[in-house]
Design a protein around this ligand. Structure first.
Ligand code: NOJ
Length: 544
């Protein structure tokens, strides 16, 4: 089996992870100083958000030079040392590959206009970061396309020379020894060349999973990926299960897995991410079931609740007050027993929560700031906008990692580039030794994936489909069965006793007397593996 099917990936947002030199910005030496922590957690792969030279209009997702390290993060020497440190500990490194667009400060933008998309007349597409997706350029007297910020012009993948430049750059990093790529919005690289207007300015039907995307990825695979033992994951807004089969299916020679957005879009209205809507658990169950069943044997998926663009899951689908620890562990249980490769975002393993800054001035993210400005100008109330930002803003994920209870959560000796979440004295990695810490629970989940075959291999069946509080399912192979019970509510629930013994749970064990009594946000996983001499984990599983 491919190694990445049994791997657990940890995402680092370098700017917010650990600052070694007191400038308030995380850096590579900071990461090096925390490699033992990551090893202790037990993850196999580290994915770093972009660390390349960038003017930081979008925190590194606007790249000026693909072969240079961002000055604030360190030097290429630091990078080499970090890579060695990762490999010495038996872990691997995945780099972020941002090739749908560059920075407008990339030298290509002036030297090679044919690498970008220019039009005499713009169409009506809107940018993901507010306003038109087209910017007029005085020198060229034409508009260029930017699906993200004005400083992120889209690359023209129709240009073969450009494509080969990208492949060359990828090989340069792989030859240095990196172990794979997370590919930023990679399903947007092929645009409908007639550039039709979209309904209400929504251009996505004309560039999500566009006409030549599979051809381009197969070309990339042939020219680069197939020569290395690496892992690839494509970030793909608007990709459904049928698309996922094409991107990741056996024999397709494209990518190993994708990030879907479907389960992340269930708590929003038709107006998009800022239109808040409570999650219906049955929607989440139906969606995850679809991905589990459809991809079984036909492709591979990644499993995630968090990343640098999403609010913190414990605040979003859990309970970040009284049941913070229980619900953080419950959500982890629910995700980690699914089929796929799990991704943990920095701080998730501590149960870090959303932040609610009182003033818009404390926010840093271009998406949030542009949206606020645009909607205020349209007359929307400050209070309503702040409510949406508190719930969905990307800065929820980007407050500094909470290492300990010292000033600035131990993240920096200087002034952090974004304020620290004020709850750091209580929620921090210094508490991870406590027997009921969220960290220890993640450690156990990660270890179990290595031990228990059915977690990787088993098929998926949803139980209690109509239940709005309990998410329950089984995973099964010929020899083993798992049953997972997750209470997504604070209401105690009674469920039938499944086969097997408790493998792991997030509460102290209790005697089952004819029924399982699920406590608030309780998660329990039962394992039955005795059929053909499979493992017998005894009665007392791992609890905490
Ligand atoms: C997706 C990235 O995850 C996000 O952070 C970024 O702003 C956009 N792509 C543009 O690169």
């Amino acid at each position: 089996m491919e190694w990445w099917k049994k791997a657990v990936v940890y995402q680092i947002y370098p700017r917010s992870f650990m600052d070694s030199d007191g400038d308030g910005i995380g850096d590579l030496q900071g990461i090096i100083s925390k490699l033992d922590y990551l090893k202790e957690l037990g993850v196999d792969v580290l994915w770093l958000s972009p660390i390349y030279d960038s003017p930081n209009d979008d925190n590194g997702y606007d790249i000026r030079d693909y072969r240079k390290i961002m000055q604030e993060f360190g030097t290429m020497d630091d990078f080499d040392r970090m890579l060695d440190g990762i490999h010495e500990r038996g872990m691997r490194l995945v780099m972020d590959l941002v090739v749908n667009h560059t920075s407008d400060e990339h030298r290509w933008f002036t030297e090679r206009p044919d690498y970008y998309i220019w039009k005499g007349q713009p169409n009506n597409w809107r940018s993901f970061f507010s306003g038109s997706a087209w910017q007029f350029d005085e020198t060229r007297q034409q508009y260029y396309l930017h699906l993200f910020s004005r400083k992120q012009p889209d690359l023209n993948w129709e240009n073969e020379e450009l494509r080969h430049e990208v492949y060359k750059m990828m090989r340069w990093w792989l030859d240095k020894g990196v172990d794979g790529f997370r590919m930023d919005v990679i399903n947007m690289i092929s645009k409908d060349q007639s550039f039709p207007d979209g309904i209400d300015g929504d251009g996505t039907p004309h560039f999500f999973n566009g006409p030549r995307v599979h051809e381009f990825l197969q070309e990339m695979n042939k020219n680069v990926l197939s020569d290395y033992d690496i892992v690839t994951v494509g970030e793909m807004p608007g990709a459904g299960t049928e698309d996922a089969k094409l991107y990741t299916g056996p024999g397709r020679n494209e990518l190993n897995m994708i990030f879907t957005f479907e389960h992340m879009n269930l708590d929003q209205g038709p107006g998009g991410k800022w239109e808040l809507q409570p999650l219906r658990l049955t929607d989440l169950k139906e969606n995850l079931e679809k991905w589990q069943v459809e991809l079984y044997g036909n492709g591979w998926n990644s499993l995630y609740w968090n990343n640098h663009d999403q609010p913190r899951i414990v605040s979003r689908f859990g309970n970040d007050g009284e049941y913070r620890k229980q619900s953080a562990k419950m959500l982890a249980t629910c995700l980690h027993f699914l089929q796929g490769t799990p991704y943990i975002y920095q701080g998730e393993e501590l149960g870090m929560t959303n932040v609610a800054f009182a003033s818009i001035d404390e926010y840093r993210d271009i998406e949030t700031l542009n949206m606020y400005k645009e909607k205020r100008a349209q007359g929307m109330q400050h209070e309503n906008l702040m409510e949406a930002i508190h719930a969905k803003g990307r800065d929820n994920a980007r407050t500094p990692m909470q290492w300990d209870a010292s000033e600035n959560a131990g993240f920096t000796k200087g002034n952090p580039w974004i304020p620290v979440n004020p709850n750091y004295p209580e929620i921090n990695a210094g508490n991870r030794e406590e027997t009921d810490s969220v960290f220890r629970y993640y450690q156990k989940l990660i270890a179990l994936r290595k031990e228990v075959e059915v977690i990787t291999e088993g098929d998926f069946k949803l139980l209690f489909r109509e239940d709005e509080e309990v998410f329950a399912y089984t995973r099964q192979t010929a020899d083993e069965q798992l049953t997972v019970y997750c209470n997504f509510s604070a209401t105690p629930r009674e469920l039938p006793v499944p086969k097997g013994c408790v493998l792991i749970g997030n509460y102290p064990p209790q005697e089952n007397q004819g029924a399982v009594q699920l406590r608030p946000y309780e998660a329990l996983c039962f394992f039955d593996g005795n059929k053909n001499g499979g493992m017998d984990r005894g009665k007392d599983g791992e609890n905490g």
